[in-house]
Structures are given as structure tokens and as C-alpha cells.
Write a protein that binds this ligand. Structure first.
Ligand SMILES: [Zn+2]
Ligand SMILES: [Zn+2]
Length: 368
């Protein structure tokens, strides 16, 4: 059992280091000491550092990328590591990169509660799979804090946002990341976005797990700092009721044949299997078809093409080949460019198709 104290703001990792107290390099080393692979985020941002020019230009599989083998942080969470030497190198630069944690290999399930200004949907869409009776007043319900509290209340449990036994990180936009440890590595939880219909835990509540990463506490963006709340600095075991809810809402991937347990590859987020077919090679041509719909306002088969791209991407996310947040952003951006007047509809198509696709993981084992 590791007993490394978590640095609080202004505290250093331990007395022997020359790093700036509370700096990202301290956080990165602390995360790695917990067994959580880390990767650098672009300074001031919550997204990974850019790939090198070669990796930006070429579409190839992160698992076979020579950059990762050579210790360069290309391909976001695929490059994540617990190697102290690599971490020392990656976080030596200035301004210091923020810290991303690859949730899957870290065995983490993070509940990402949003408080975005958005119109509240119909009560049938607040808690997927649960009918909220008309008699229940929903005045004042405005965010993921409320929907998740409602779900917890239905189950007679403490709302995760109020769970003082686990690491909780306040985000600059007023959201909250509630960190939990997956106690059973044979169960693989998958990511979701709370604006999708399925799988989703609750409206404005995202799940970050296999195939995703989470911003570590201490990371600074122009909007503010990701700041740990209260005094607890370690993730508690995922509460049983929450595990059941994740299973009920389609967040559990069935174990695959020849699966490699997460604990077998502590040094890198990328699965050690070779994958000669690259996720990007499959999805990029489909995204190009969507982009080309910008040429005409109708009659281009836009919806079908967007559906197909997002569904396929969902399968690749479900299998851990693509990061959910990254590919969703890209699909939404391309869709908005082609059909800027129907942004809500674009997002709905993307979220729904990603969700349905991720239930059918697309494993890349050989050339088509
Ligand atoms: Zn590269
Ligand atoms: Zn590469």
C-alpha cells in the first residue's frame, strides 16, 4: 500500500525534490506514484499537447508509433506513462504542461459533473432509463449536480458530489470531478457524455474511464485551477450502487478474448498488442465525407454520413482505440462547419451514434 501524501496547493511532493511546490511536475510524479499513467496537456489547456509534425501529418496507429517507443508524448493518453525518467523530461519544459491521467490503465472511473448553462431537457431525458413521475417537482434543476443528486436520492445514497470520502476536484467552469477506483479490473467501464441518450448516467454528467483521460488536480488554465476539494486526496473504491448504475446505463464493456488486464502494463496506456490497422485510417475518410457536405446545404446525405462516421468512431472508442472526448469534438466541429444552422441536432446525431457504436467495440486485429 502506498502512503505518499498528496501534495496540496503550495506543498511540495517531498523534501528532497528541487521542483516548484505544487507544480505540475509534482502532481505528475504523485499521480505516477499512485500507479496512474500520466501524459502532458498543452500548457494552459485541458487537451493533450500537440503531436509532433510527423504524427500530425500521418495517420497511424499509436500502438506502433515510433514517437511513443522513443519516449515522446504524441497521441495523448496513448503515450501516458509512470516512468519517472520520462516524467522528469516531459515536465521539465516551461511553461509547464498540465497533467492528464489515462483513466483506463489507471483503474479510475471519474464522474464528471457539469454545470453548463443549457436548456433543461424533458424530464424523460434527465436520468436515462428512469421515469421521473410528474408529481416530482423539478423546479430549480439546472445542472449535473442536480440530476446526479436526484439519482442518488432515488437509490437512498449520498450524492457523489457530496462524497467526502473520495478525491473531488473542482473545475474552473464550476463542475466537479469525483474520482473513484475501479475495484475489479475484470470489469471495464467506458466513457460517456451526459448529453447523449445512451449510454449516459445522467444529464450533464460524463463518465471518464477506459479510452479517456482526466485532468489532474493542480492543472492551471486561463479560466482557473483544477483544485482538489476538502482534505481527501485519494480516490475511494467505486461505491457499489454507482457501479450498478453504470452497468444499468450501459457503461460496462464485456470482457474480450485475449484481453490484457490493465495491471499487466503499468508503464503505458497503450495496449501492448500490435494493431496493423489504424483507427484513424478507418474513421478519417468517413469524416472527410461529412466535411464535404459543406459544399451544399442539402441533398448530400449529411445525416447518414455523420451517423456513419460517429457510429464507427464509437466502435473504436469502445475498443479503446480513440479518445471519446477528442473524437467527439472533432466530429462536432466538422458537422458544425457543414451544417452551422443546426448545431444542437449535429451534437445529438454525434452523441447518439457514438453511444450506439461504442456498445459494439470495433477491435482492430488485421488489415481489412
Ligand atoms: Zn510523434
Ligand atoms: Zn505517432
Amino acid at each position: 500500500m502506498r502512503t505518499i501524501p498528496v501534495p496540496r496547493e503550495g506543498e511540495s511532493f517531498d523534501g528532497s525534490t528541487a521542483v516548484v511546490p505544487g507544480s505540475p511536475s509534482v502532481v505528475a510524479r504523485w499521480c505516477a506514484a499512485q500507479g496512474w499513467p500520466v501524459h502532458p496537456l498543452a500548457p494552459g489547456r485541458k487537451t493533450p499537447v500537440r503531436n509532433c509534425p510527423r504524427c500530425q501529418a500521418g495517420r497511424h496507429d499509436p500502438a506502433t508509433c515510433p514517437c511513443i517507443a522513443a519516449g515522446r508524448p504524441c497521441h495523448g493518453f496513448h503515450a501516458a506513462t509512470t516512468d519517472p525518467a520520462l516524467i522528469a523530461r516531459w515536465w521539465a519544459s516551461s511553461p509547464s504542461p498540465g497533467v492528464g491521467v489515462a483513466c483506463g490503465p489507471a483503474g479510475l472511473v471519474v464522474i464528471d459533473i457539469d454545470a453548463h448553462q443549457a436548456p433543461v431537457p424533458d424530464r424523460g431525458q434527465l436520468l436515462p432509463g428512469i421515469r421521473i413521475p410528474e408529481g416530482v417537482r423539478l423546479d430549480g434543476l439546472a445542472s449535473g449536480f442536480d440530476t446526479l443528486a436526484l439519482l442518488a436520492a432515488y437509490r437512498g445514497q449520498t450524492a457523489p458530489a457530496e462524497d467526502e470520502h473520495t478525491l473531488r476536484v473542482r473545475t474552473p467552469s464550476g463542475g466537479l470531478h469525483v474520482w473513484y477506483r475501479n475495484p475489479d479490473t475484470s470489469v471495464r467501464y467506458r466513457c460517456s457524455t451526459g448529453s447523449a441518450r445512451h449510454p449516459a448516467l445522467a444529464w450533464q454528467v460524463d463518465v471518464r474511464a477506459q479510452g479517456g483521460y482526466i485532468v489532474a488536480p493542480g492543472t492551471r488554465t486561463p479560466q482557473g485551477v483544477y483544485r482538489a476539494e476538502g482534505t481527501v486526496r485519494r480516490p475511494a473504491v467505486l461505491p457499489e450502487w454507482l457501479g450498478s448504475e453504470l452497468r444499468r446505463t450501459g457503461h460496462v464493456s464485456e470482457p474480450r478474448k485475449n484481453d490484457v488486464p490493465a495491471s499487466a502494463s503499468p508503464l503505458t496506456a497503450a495496449p501492448p498488442r500490435r494493431r496493423p490497422v489504424f483507427a484513424e485510417q478507418i474513421v478519417e475518410p468517413l469524416i472527410t465525407l461529412v466535411a464535404e457536405c459543406a459544399a451544399a446545404p442539402e441533398g448530400t446525405g449529411f445525416t447518414e454520413k455523420l451517423n456513419r462516421a460517429a457510429y464507427t468512431a464509437g466502435g473504436l472508442v469502445g475498443a479503446g482505440h480513440l479518445d471519446h472526448g477528442t473524437i467527439r469534438d472533432r466530429l462536432v466541429r466538422v458537422a458544425h462547419h457543414a451544417r452551422p444552422w443546426q448545431q444542437a441536432r449535429n451534437e445529438k446525431i454525434v452523441d447518439d451514434a457514438l453511444a450506439v457504436g461504442s456498445v459494439r467495440p470495433l477491435h482492430l486485429k488485421g488489415r481489412p
